[in-house]
Design a protein around this ligand. Structure first.
Ligand code: ADP
Length: 595
C-alpha cells in the first residue's frame, strides 16, 4: 500500500512542477483575454489544486489508512468540478464565444453549476469503503458514470459545431477526449494508483500547446489581421486600377478631340485659348492618374521590372518634347546634354526610366517661372552594366532649407504658399526614389530658395545585346493605309477618325470582336487598332481568332486604357504587333502608321 502512496506522491510532485512551469509560461507571455482562455486557466488551477490534494492526502494516508474513504470522495469532487469546467471550456471554444460571456453562455454556466452541485451532493451521500486508496464503490461508479456522460455530451456538442473548429484542432480534441475515456477505464482497474489527476495535467498540456498557447493564438490573430489588411489593400489597388482605366477612356476623348480642335484652322482665337486650357488640364489629370497608379503599384508591391532593348535617348526626347509643349507660353529655355558615354541602346525597363524622366522634368517645368532647365544624361560602365546619371537643373523657385527633409515622402508638398496655383499630388518624388532604388540606384538633390534646384537620379541599366533596327524616323511618310478600328466606345472611334482626318487612310469601324472578325474575313486591311476591354469577346480573344484567320501582312495594335508600366510587354506577349495606351496623341498614332 505504502509503495502506491509513494508513487502517487512522486507523480503528484512531478506533475505539479509541470503545471507550475506551464502557469509561469502562460503568465509571462502576452495573451488574449478570451473566454475559452479564462476557462483554460480555471482548468489549470483546478488541476493544480487536485495535484496538491493528491500529494497531501497521500502523505496523510501513509500514517492513517482509515482516511481512504474521505480521500476518495475529495478526489471525486475534484473530478466532477474538472469535468464541469472542461465542458464549459469546450462550449466556449466550439461556439466561438470569444471575449465576454454572452446570455446563452451565462444560462449554460448556471445550468452546469446547478447540475454538478447536485451531482456532488449525491456523491457525498454514497457510502465509501476504505479497502483501496482510490476505493471502488457506488460513489466512484457514480462519478465515472457522470464524467463519461459529460464527455459524450461534449463530443455531440463538438460535432454539432464542427464548422467552428479547424481540422487540426478537431484532431487534437479527439486525442484529448480519448485520453479522458482511457484514464477512466484504466483508473477503474488500477484503483491504488491515482491516474486521473496526472492525466488531466497531460490534457492541459495538450490543450496548452495546441489550442491555448498564447503564442499560437497571437500568431493566429495576427495572421487574420494581416489577411484582412491584405484584402483591404488588394481591394484598394484593384479599385484604383479600375478607376484609372475608367477615367482614361473618357480622357482619351477630351484630349483627342481638344487636340484635333487646336489643329483646326477654322477655330476662333478666343475659343482656341479655352480649348488649349482644356487640353492642358486634361494632360495634368492624366499625369495625376499616372502618379496615383504608380504609387498604388509600389504599395501593392506590383511594381516589376520588364527588361527589353530600348533607346534611352529616344525615350528622353519623347518626354522633353511633351514638356516643351507645356512651356510654350513661358520664358524658359530647355536644353538637353547627352554625354557621349551614354550607349545608344540599353537593356532595361523603358517604362520605369520614362517615369523618372517625366517626374523630374515636369517638376522643373512646374516650379520654374523663367530661366533655364538643363537636362543631362550621363553614364558610367560598371562591370557589364551601366550606371545612368540623370540630372535636371532648373532656375525655379527652389526649396527652403527647412522644407528639404520633407521631400521624397508620400503626399508631401512643400512651399505651399508659393505653389498655391500649381497642381500636384506630392507623389512624383517618392515614385522616382522608389524606381531608382528598384533599379539599384538612388536619388540626390540640392536646392537654393529662389535660385533653383538640381535633382539627380542614379539607376542601373544593362548592356543591350541586340542591335535594334533603325526605324524610319520621318513620320510624314505614310503610304495609304486601310485601317480597321475596333472599339465598343463610339467616342473613341470618333477621336481616332478626327485625328486622322487629313491623313491618307481609309478607316473602317467595328464595335466589337465579332464584327471585327466578320469584316476581316471579307476585306483586306493593313492595320487593326483593337480595343481590349469590350463586351462579348475581349481584344485578346479577338486577336487569337484573328491569328486563326491566317491573314497576310496585317498588323494588330492593342489600343487600350490599360496603361500600367508593364502593359506593353504584356500585350506583345499576347501576340499583338504593337501597343498604344489611351489617351494618345496624334503623333503617337502617326508613328504607329509609319512604323
Ligand atoms: P508634386 O509636384 O506633385 O507636388 P512631387 O513629389 O513631385 O509632388 O514634389 C514634392 C514637392 O517638392 C513639390 O510639391 C514641390 O514643392 C517640391 N519640388 C519638387 N521638384 C521641385 C523643383 N524642381 N523646384 C522646386 N520645388 C520642387
Amino acid at each position: 500500500m505504502v509503495i502506491y502512496l509513494i508513487i502517487n506522491i512522486t507523480s503528484g510532485i512531478c506533475f505539479l512542477l509541470i503545471i507550475l512551469i506551464l502557469l509561469y509560461d502562460f503568465y509571462s507571455k502576452k495573451r488574449l483575454n478570451r473566454l475559452e482562455n479564462r476557462y483554460f486557466l480555471f482548468l489549470t488551477y483546478i488541476n493544480l489544486f487536485g495535484l496538491i490534494l493528491e500529494i497531501i492526502l497521500s502523505i496523510v494516508l501513509i500514517y492513517n489508512h482509515n482516511l481512504n474513504g474521505i480521500f476518495s470522495k475529495l478526489i471525486y469532487i475534484y473530478y466532477l468540478i474538472f469535468v464541469a469546467n472542461l465542458f464549459l471550456y469546450f462550449y466556449a471554444l466550439s461556439n466561438k464565444i470569444t471575449l465576454k460571456e454572452n446570455k446563452k453562455f451565462k444560462v449554460v454556466r448556471k445550468k452546469i453549476s446547478l447540475i454538478f452541485s447536485f451531482l456532488i451532493y449525491i456523491l457525498l451521500c454514497f457510502e465509501v469503503s476504505d479497502s483501496n486508496i482510490f476505493s471502488l464503490t457506488d460513489g466512484s461508479y457514480f462519478a465515472y458514470f457522470c464524467s463519461m456522460v459529460t464527455l459524450i455530451i461534449i463530443i455531440f456538442m463538438l460535432r454539432k459545431n464542427v464548422n467552428n473548429i479547424s481540422k487540426k484542432n478537431s484532431f487534437i480534441i479527439l486525442i484529448i477526449l480519448t485520453l479522458g475515456f482511457l484514464s477512466v477505464v484504466v483508473q477503474f482497474y488500477f484503483s491504488n494508483i491515482l491516474l486521473i489527476i496526472p492525466v488531466h495535467t497531460i490534457v492541459i498540456l495538450l490543450i496548452y500547446f495546441s489550442l491555448e498557447n498564447p503564442d499560437l493564438k497571437l500568431i493566429k490573430k495576427l495572421k487574420t489581421a494581416q489577411k484582412k489588411a491584405e484584402n483591404a489593400s488588394n481591394a484598394k489597388s484593384d479599385f484604383l486600377s479600375n478607376m484609372s482605366h475608367e477615367i482614361r477612356t473618357p480622357l482619351n476623348a477630351i484630349i483627342g478631340l481638344s487636340e484635333a480642335m487646336i489643329e483646326n484652322e477654322k477655330i476662333d482665337n478666343n475659343l482656341l485659348e479655352d480649348i488649349e486650357n482644356i487640353n492642358e488640364a486634361s494632360h495634368l489629370l492624366l499625369e495625376i492618374i499616372g502618379n496615383v497608379l504608380d504609387i498604388n503599384k509600389i504599395e501593392s508591391r506590383k511594381l516589376k521590372i520588364n527588361n527589353v532593348n530600348y533607346s534611352i535617348q529616344e525615350e528622353l526626347f519623347k518626354i522633353v518634347n511633351i514638356n516643351k509643349e507645356k512651356i510654350k507660353n513661358k520664358d524658359i529655355e530647355i536644353s538637353v546634354n547627352i554625354n557621349k558615354n551614354v550607349p545608344k541602346y540599353l537593356y532595361g525597363d523603358p517604362a520605369l526610366v520614362k517615369t523618372i524622366f517625366t517626374n523630374y522634368i515636369s517638376n522643373a517645368v512646374k516650379y520654374t517661372k523663367k530661366g533655364k532647365i538643363i537636362i543631362s544624361l550621363n553614364s558610367k560602365k560598371v562591370d557589364n552594366e551601366y550606371l545612368i546619371i540623370f540630372m535636371v537643373e532648373d532656375t525655379g523657385m527652389g526649396i527652403k532649407k527647412s522644407n528639404q527633409d520633407k521631400l521624397f515622402k508620400k503626399f508631401s508638398r512643400v512651399n505651399l504658399k508659393e505653389n498655391i496655383n500649381i497642381e500636384g499630388t506630392g507623389l512624383g518624388l517618392v515614385i522616382v526614389k522608389t524606381i531608382s532604388t528598384l533599379l539599384k540606384g538612388e536619388v540626390e538633390f540640392s536646392s537654393l530658395e529662389n535660385k533653383g534646384s538640381i535633382f539627380t537620379s542614379y539607376f542601373v541599366q544593362g548592356k543591350s545585346n541586340k542591335k535594334i533596327k533603325e526605324k524610319a524616323k520621318k513620320l510624314n511618310i505614310i503610304t495609304k493605309k486601310d485601317i480597321l478600328v475596333v472599339d465598343d466606345n463610339l467616342l473613341n472611334i470618333k477621336v481616332l477618325k478626327r485625328m486622322l482626318e487629313n491623313v491618307d487612310v481609309n478607316i473602317t469601324e467595328a464595335n466589337d470582336g465579332y464584327e471585327c472578325l466578320e469584316i476581316l474575313k471579307n476585306n483586306k486591311f493593313d492595320l487593326v487598332f483593337l480595343d481590349i476591354m469590350m463586351p462579348g469577346i475581349n481584344g485578346i480573344e479577338t486577336l487569337k481568332k484573328i491569328k486563326k484567320l491566317k491573314l497576310n501582312k496585317i498588323k494588330v495594335i492593342a489600343l487600350t486604357a490599360d496603361a500600367t508600366n508593364n502593359s506593353k510587354g504584356k500585350y506583345l506577349k499576347y501576340g499583338f504587333d504593337d501597343y498604344q495606351a489611351k489617351p494618345y496623341k496624334k503623333e503617337d498614332i502617326l508613328k504607329k502608321l509609319s512604323d
